[in-house]
Design a protein. Structure first.
Ligand SMILES: Cc1cc2nc3c(=O)[nH]c(=O)nc-3n(C[C@H](O)[C@H](O)[C@H](O)COP(=O)(O)OP(=O)(O)OC[C@H]3O[C@@H](n4cnc5c(N)ncnc54)[C@H](O)[C@@H]3O)c2cc1C
Length: 352
């Protein structure tokens, strides 16, 4: 456990209240990592009878503000400007910092996406506070209203609890894919406010001429993932996994060494330095289950491990273990699925 001992809160700590979350937008839509902040942010705020306030920044944000309230924010503040249409570090951090000075939140949560990390560090400097990055657990000590920000450390072998006792707001970024997106309820009651804002020219040094989306694979929303590790033995092993994935409507994941060796693109990587996923079914093929991999998939509802080694670490958290050569199991599985599908489609032609 890492922490400061006997750190006193600032004298004006009592002036700070509520939990503020930054609801990141992408291409005019609320991004999933921001929505994930609503569930954890609301749990923390309501535990100490405070409010969850969502911040949406952008141009055409009326619908997004409504959406954020329906997902569970008690209050939503929209900052509206043509110059906030796309994420730019300086205008976003200046505006959000001004809002923090005004609202004095006890806690500020930001998703640990590329833009979120960029924003959080700048806000922390401007607000003269610290930020606990990449948290996987967040809670609050209700007596002291101290954020308990936990994140893996020492190669994911230890969970560190980091407390920010001396400064306000207490800030954390949260790893995408760890917290769930709450149910959207169109009847939910909330307060909203849209403020038009102007951005000083000096903050607009970067001009966004056009936007070319990178075709990144979003494994965080996948319901089924078929994931391959070094046990595949060769790059073409992923072809077999793609075939299985195609049959069952799954996405393909990978362990880091297979990515490092160029067997598959990096956006397929699951784990500490890849994506954190929580599908209904995670089928690990030839993956040993080192801590850094488990970190990214342990929240899967059902885990299937196909491994020749009965003592593979992953087996200890698996619901189903197939202790067999994947090159024997997977073709048989594909065959069985195909036979079953054709049987279901043409029941009259099925053998008696
Ligand atoms: C800072 C840091 C960050 C990291 N981040 C990540 C990360 O994000 N994601 C990640 O995955 N790793 C990450 N790693 C690497 C991690 O520590 C492991 O090295 C890696 O996960 C192991 O990959 P693997 O399971 O594919 O390979 P191995 O550990 O080599 O396991 C291969 C498995 O395949 C089995 N096998 C072999 N042949 C067959 C067969 N024919 N059929 C069935 N099973 C077979 C073996 O029994 C073995 O269990 C990180 C490491 C560090 C230090």
């Amino acid at each position: 456990m890492v922490g400061l001992v006997n750190a006193e809160p600032p004298e004006n700590a009592g002036e700070y209240k509520n939990v503020l979350i930054f609801l990141e937008t992408r291409q005019g839509k609320l991004a999933k990592p921001g929505l994930e902040m609503i569930s954890v942010g609301a749990a923390i705020a309501h535990k100490v009878n405070e409010e969850l306030i969502g911040i949406v920044m952008g141009n055409k944000i009326e619908g997004l503000v409504q959406e954020a309230g329906e997902y569970g924010c008690d209050k939503v503040i929209g900052l509206k400007s043509k110059d906030l249409e796309d994420f730019r570090t300086i205008p976003y951090s200046v505006n959000l910092s001004e809002l923090i000075t005004e609202l004095k939140p006890n806690i500020l949560l930001i998703p640990a996406t590329r833009n979120g990390r960029d924003l959080a560090s700048r806000i922390a400097v401007r607000s003269k506070t610290g930020v606990t990055a990449d948290c996987t657990e967040l809670d609050i000590d209700p007596a002291e209203r101290i954020l308990q920000a936990r994140r893996p450390t020492y190669g994911e072998s230890t969970l560190a609890e980091i407390l920010c006792k001396r400064h306000r707001p207490q800030m954390a970024t949260a790893r995408p894919g760890i917290f769930s997106v709450p149910e959207r309820d169109p009847k939910r009651k909330f307060v909203s406010e849209i403020r038009k804002t102007t951005i000083k020219k000096e903050f607009l040094k970067k001009e966004i001429v056009s936007f070319k989306p990178k075709s990144t694979l979003d494994l965080t929303s996948a319901k089924i993932i078929v994931s391959g590790g070094l046990g595949l033995g060769k790059p073409s092993g992923f072809k077999l996994l793609e075939e299985l994935a195609g049959e069952i409507g799954a996405s393909v994941g990978a362990s880091r060494p297979t990515v490092d060796m160029g067997w598959i693109e990096r956006d397929h990587q699951v784990g500490q330095t890849g994506q954190s996923v929580r599908p209904d079914i995670y089928i690990a093929c030839g993956i040993s289950g080192k801590a850094q991999h488990i970190m990214g998939m342990r929240l899967s509802k059902n885990i299937v491990s196909i491994n020749t080694d009965a003592s593979a670490e992953l087996n200890s958290i698996s619901d189903y273990i197939i202790n067999e050569d994947l090159y024997k199991v997977i073709p048989e599985l594909i065959d069985a699925i195909k036979r079953r599908k054709s049987g279901e489609k043409k029941p009259a032609e099925a053998p008696a």
